[in-house]
Design a protein around this ligand. Structure first.
Ligand SMILES: [Fe+2]
Length: 396
């Protein structure tokens, strides 16, 4: 096979109950006198910062807390957060929260290392026409990422996904230089996440794993790990939603999210994420919920192009599910995902999620401008995107 496989690996990663308390000693190794903590407001209210600030205090480090993170972060929110970090004088960034906080912090890392007049939109990864060259890695402040949800994998991926409000579109910024320097994954921080967010973020992780596994990028040494991640979702997402205090289930899901992040960093994603992003940008759907609704239909569409791969997915997600031919197993992958969504009691159609059917043509147009479908195993077009939205409107 004449093919070069490219791998992007996480930075230093610590996983386990108590890992968040490593933030102080870790920050000390960067010799930063003060830190800028960027956190979800909900995270601050839930008291999840307490152990983190205590660890920084114990290490003798000053900190500034910034909690103006918004869901589906946009350009203005990133620019404001970057300006606040500059003003604080802090030389080290600590991001705490779900994907919105970790992505905002990732974009802040990029902007604080950029000239003051730069705008994050200038770094957008659009069809190869970035307007501004990325700064040198040495110019960027170190970033310690601490997730409080199990889904995005943003604590170890290179990209921040942001919203361009005028065009109501999602775009990404980032490359190897914006991979967080350290990730501290502490399952205890996810124990209080409410069921609907546990379900939606868990489905985001599953969609990362499945989309990466069938992607056209060839990264064979990741394959067994991705299937392991899928099996973790199969055995533990229901329990994490039904009984959030179950530490084993929470640990499995945080592992699955981490593996999903590692998987997409190298293998990238597919059409499900191209379909999901406009739903967040235009209809304000939670990203994980948008992925959950679009995933079964996109899988069914892809089946003929990646039959064996989906059969592997089924065997990992629901090993007791079926028997027989590869085709049967591949079909079972779609059914197993649908059953999971039904068990989690989250909306399984765009109509149930409150999306207006008349938005579909505009959503399909936007989906084609989202780069993730490049590695989808089956070719897509605007017509295909429209069809998949229509199918998802009533639920497939
Ligand atoms: Fe995602």
């Amino acid at each position: 096979m004449n093919m070069i496989s490219t791998y992007f690996w996480p930075g230093e990663t610590h996983f386990g109950v108590g890992a968040a308390a490593l933030v102080g000693p870790t920050a000390l190794t960067y010799k930063a006198a003060s830190t800028f903590i960027l956190a979800d407001p909900g995270v601050v209210q839930a008291g999840l910062l307490n152990g983190i600030t205590a660890s920084l205090e114990e290490a003798g480090l000053a900190y500034t807390i910034y909690d103006q993170v918004v869901a589906n972060p946009d350009i203005a929110s990133v620019q404001a957060a970057a300006a606040a970090m500059r003003q604080s004088g802090a030389k080290l960034l600590v991001g705490v929260g779900g994907g919105s906080a970790l992505d905002t912090a990732k974009a802040v890392k990029l902007m604080v290392g950029s000239p003051a007049e730069a705008n994050v939109w200038e770094y957008a990864l659009l069809l190869g026409d970035e307007k501004r060259a990325y700064p040198d890695a040495a110019a960027l402040p170190p970033y310690i990422a601490i997730p409080t949800t199990a889904g995005t994998g943003a604590e170890i991926t290179p990209w921040a996904v942001l919203t361009q409000p005028e065009q109501q579109r999602k775009f990404s910024v980032g490359d190897r230089r914006t991979i967080p320097d350290v990730a501290l994954l502490d399952p205890a921080l996810t124990l209080t996440l409410p069921p609907h967010l546990t379900a939606a973020t868990g489905m985001d992780a599953l969609s990362h794993l499945i989309e990466a596994y069938v992607s056209t990028n060839h990264n064979p040494i990741l394959d067994p790990m991705i299937l392991y991640g899928i099996s973790l979702v199969g055995r533990s997402l229901r329990m994490a939603v039904m009984r959030g205090s179950d530490l084993n289930a929470r640990t499995d899901m945080l592992h699955a999210s981490l593996i999903g992040g590692i998987a997409i960093s190298s293998k990238w994603l597919g059409a499900c994420h191209s379909l999901a992003h406009p739903l967040s940008a235009q209809a304000n759907l939670h990203h994980g919920l948008a992925c959950a609704i679009m995933l079964p239909g996109q899988m069914r569409y892809n089946l003929p192009a990646a039959m064996e791969r989906y059969a592997d997915v089924a065997a990992a997600l629901d090993p007791s599910g079926t028997s027989g031919s590869t085709r049967k197993w591949a079909n079972h992958a779609v059914k197993a995902v649908q059953r999971l969504i039904w068990d989690l009691e989250i909306p399984d159609s765009l109509s149930e999620a409150g999306v207006d059917q008349e938005m579909i043509p505009a959503l399909a147009k936007a989906a084609m401008t989202d780069l993730n479908w490049w590695t989808n195993p089956r070719q897509v077009s605007e017509e295909v995107m429209e069809r998949l939205y229509h199918q998802a409107f009533w639920g497939v």
